[in-house]
Design a protein around this ligand. Structure first.
Ligand SMILES: Cc1cc2nc3c(=O)[nH]c(=O)nc-3n(C[C@H](O)[C@H](O)[C@H](O)COP(=O)(O)OP(=O)(O)OC[C@H]3O[C@@H](n4cnc5c(N)ncnc54)[C@H](O)[C@@H]3O)c2cc1C
Ligand SMILES: NC(=O)c1ccc[n+]([C@@H]2O[C@H](COP(=O)([O-])OP(=O)(O)OC[C@H]3O[C@@H](n4cnc5c(N)ncnc54)[C@H](O)[C@@H]3O)[C@@H](O)[C@H]2O)c1
Length: 496
């Protein structure tokens, strides 16, 4: 049926209660939640109907890391008296990454296939000047619009042309059918760090570049330096380096195949000029949303200079009083999977007419984990945020270099800082590089979410011998520095 908009005579092909643009984790969750109470709904998606997480993100990266860590353990067990000869079959490594990845993606596809065809449109949507969604031959008028268009790798200007097929991003690297011989990784954020270490452990000659002396986005200088020390023991890093130029040399120069080799001209942290030359360059210099290309301004949404929407409700993704919701990586707030998932559920529940019974999840405590070894985690407020808020704090510390179980396991490199609030005996946040950081992070997230005092956490059992006993040591260190009354227990009472 074709109708007309009120203000113009432009024909519209569909009128819906809710339109969702983008069917990744956030969009699919929004669709599932909204569809419970409206049947007049459409979801539009460009590209594959799976998710970034399953297809080119969380899952393939963790599959590669899993293979890498197996290789590393086998190669790195001499101190235990175990001398293994390790042969890495690159083709088999990549084949497992792809087949397991496809298995995860197929579960998402099956769910999407169960949705009615009328509710799904494959195509790239745009919002025209009248606020109508245009996709393929359709012009869709929606009472409420949820935008969940995700993010894409950011590539510095000109690099795509200069590096040609030698340039890889996280969107393409998992499609390699064999391990490369050499790889430069540019950017030491979560993606760069995880993939640089994984490929290095699989025998690829890696150089990791970052323009600042920082890894994994760490904002606590001591933890950052410890992470650099722990990771640098096995990974070649050029931190604080400036890339001057990138490009390729003529065919056959890598004696590997017909393709030209890649080069990077850079200035190291000492100011010396160098050239790196190798097979591929993985650009991991961040991700950016693309909502500026969507015609978002036609819905009354304004963006700041980093493409972040103004007046964003971080709980539901709603923009001010508009019936526009921007969720997941698209809002550039916290580009993480659990956030995309929660925001999708919340937005989908909020747009329903009958949403009184919908449970809108509150914003969760900030939590981030980088799956390199040792792992990196941050939870709660960061040190700069605490300092900016002028809160009185103490830092409880524990080194994992000599921590009992960490040493037993041969994973004894790390440092945990817990930021305790002097007035309240509560945990403000924490930052760590070290073994089992993912579990430490979750325990602290539970404590902060439930407003537990440091004494509350210390009153729970810590089994011996565990790496988590290190968490207890750091909590006790917070406690002994507190100005509030408490039952002192010296950190020296922790024993092996
Ligand atoms: C390599 C890598 C590893 C990661 N690892 C982790 C991890 O370990 N833990 C973690 O928490 N997070 C991780 N992330 C981040 C996580 O994957 C993302 O935060 C999450 O997938 C974002 O989901 P989304 O729904 O916002 O976007 P997506 O899943 O990207 O969905 C967006 C969809 O919108 C579509 N789209 C875009 N524009 C349009 C348009 N104009 N019209 C129609 N459709 C459109 C896209 O094609 C896509 O299908 C990782 C990311 C990467 C890249
Ligand atoms: N384990 C996880 O949770 C996980 C894993 C992967 C990705 N992610 C998500 O994906 C997002 C994107 O990850 P990312 O690592 O690409 O981005 P990022 O923003 O975290 O890191 C990018 C890094 O590249 C550096 N950089 C930028 N331009 C550069 C240049 N020209 N030369 C040298 N260095 C440069 C930056 O200094 C920064 O350290 C993350 O913010 C995260 O939310 C999460």
């Amino acid at each position: 049926m074709t109708t007309h908009t009120d203000s113009t005579s432009v024909p519209i092909t569909r009128q819906v209660d809710v339109a969702i643009i983008g069917a990744g984790t956030a969009g699919q969750n929004a669709f599932r939640a909204a569809r419970k109470s409206t049947k007049n709904i459409v979801i539009i998606n460009a590209g594959f109907w799976t998710t970034t997480c399953a297809t080119v993100g969380c899952m393939p990266s963790k599959l590669l890391i899993a293979a890498a860590n197996r290789a590393h353990e086998a190669k790195d067990s001499v101190a235990f008296g175990i001398h293994a000869e390790v042969k890495i079959d690159g083709k088999q490594v990549m084949a497992r990454v792809q087949s397991e990845r496809n298995r995860f993606a197929s579960f998402v596809e099956q769910q999407v296939e169960s949705w009615s065809e009328v509710e799904k449109i494959s195509g790239r949507a745009r919002i025209n000047q009248e606020g109508i969604i245009e996709v393929n031959n359709e012009r869709i008028k929606a009472d409420k619009i949820i935008i969940a268009t995700g993010s894409t790798p950011f590539i510095p200007d000109g690099w795509t042309d200069k590096l040609g097929e030698r340039l890889l991003t996280s969107d393409t690297i998992f499609e390699l059918t064999d391990l490369p011989k050499s790889l430069a990784v540019i950017g030491a954020g979560a993606i760069g760090l995880e993939l640089a270490q994984a490929f290095s452990r699989l025998g690829v000659a890696i150089t990791l570049f970052n323009r600042v002396n920082q890894v994994g986005g760490l904002k606590d200088e001591d933890i950052n330096q410890k992470a650099i020390d722990c990771l640098g023991a096995e990974l070649t890093m050029q931190l604080n380096s400036q890339i001057e130029d990138v490009g390729t040399y003529g065919a056959n120069s890598d004696n590997n195949n017909e393709k030209p080799a890649a080069f990077i001209n850079y200035i190291d942290s000492e100011g010396q000029a160098h050239e790196w030359c190798g097979e591929y360059v993985l650009v991991a210099t961040g991700r950016q949303n693309t909502i500026d290309q969507l015609g978002i301004e036609n819905l009354g949404v304004s963006l700041d200079d980093k493409n972040r929407p103004q007046n964003l409700d971080i709980n539901t993704g709603q923009i001010g009083n508009l019936e526009v919701y921007i969720i997941g990586d698209a809002n550039a707030h916290l580009p993480l999977l659990h956030i995309a998932s929660d925001e999708g559920f919340n937005a989908g529940s909020t747009v329903c007419e009958d949403n009184k019974n919908a449970y809108i999840r509150p914003p969760t405590v900030p939590l981030s984990i980088v799956f390199c070894e040792p792992q990196i985690m941050t939870v709660g407020m960061s040190l700069p945020e605490i300092q900016e808020a002028a809160l009185e704090y103490v830092i409880g510390k524990v080194s994992f270099d000599n921590q009992g179980r960490s040493r037993v396991m041969g994973v004894n490199c790390g440092l945990l800082h817990i930021y305790g609030c002097k007035q309240t005996d509560k945990i403000l946040g924490a930052s760590m590089v070290g073994p089992d950081a993912e579990y430490v992070a979750h325990i602290l997230a539970v404590a902060i979410t439930n407003d537990l005092s440091i004494k509350d956490v210390l009153d729970t059992p810590f089994y011996h011998p565990t790496i988590l006993e290190g968490l207890r040591t750091a909590l006790r260190d917070v406690q002994v520095q507190m100005s509030i009354p408490h039952q002192k227990q010296g950190i020296e009472e922790d024993s092996f």
